[in-house]
Design a protein around this ligand. Sequence first.
Ligand code: ZN
Ligand code: ZN
Length: 198
Amino acid sequence: MDLLTPKVADIIAHAPSLSGDLTVEDLGLTREDLTLRGALAVGLDFRVVGKTICVTGVLEGTAIRQCVRCLKEFDDPLAFAVHVVYERAAKPPSFPMKPEQTTRKRAAVMVQVHPEEEPDDNLYYYSGDHLELAPMLREQLILASPMHPLCKEDCLGLCAQCGKDLNEGPCHCRGELGESPFLSLWDRQGKARNSANR
Ligand SMILES: [Zn+2]
Ligand SMILES: [Zn+2]
């Protein structure tokens, strides 16, 4: 059974557990989304609950992220659980319904089908005879990524003037100008010179 496209009939018959290694290409991730060192180890359990298919599992790997302060790339161990639910997508109506009918019908379906209400982040739809897991895994990986990655909590970042990585030690501009009352004057003159040159 294909890890990324398991057949619904097989899930119903066997409630399988699937595992394997996936690459960024398998998942259709772009470099802007996520870069991985090596493959992503994925283990997923499938089971049918009423009209839904529950997918639970664990994703493990190593992401390569860029620190927002020092701009260095660093390895970020990645391990998190997924718990999502798939529902068969409702067939579109064969003739257009009046807007108020559509709204009312949808509201009624929500109440009947989701008495225990799953959060929207974890609800996916399938159509046809198999699940498409790649879009879900992509989304879960991106949701699990930090907005502002830091190589370490107390990363000192780069000097705004000379660009030196301050994690490697203080730079000279700090020593000479850091606490100096002339810094702001120097700064203004520097800016004036820059704009004069333009
Ligand atoms: Zn850093
Ligand atoms: Zn500096």
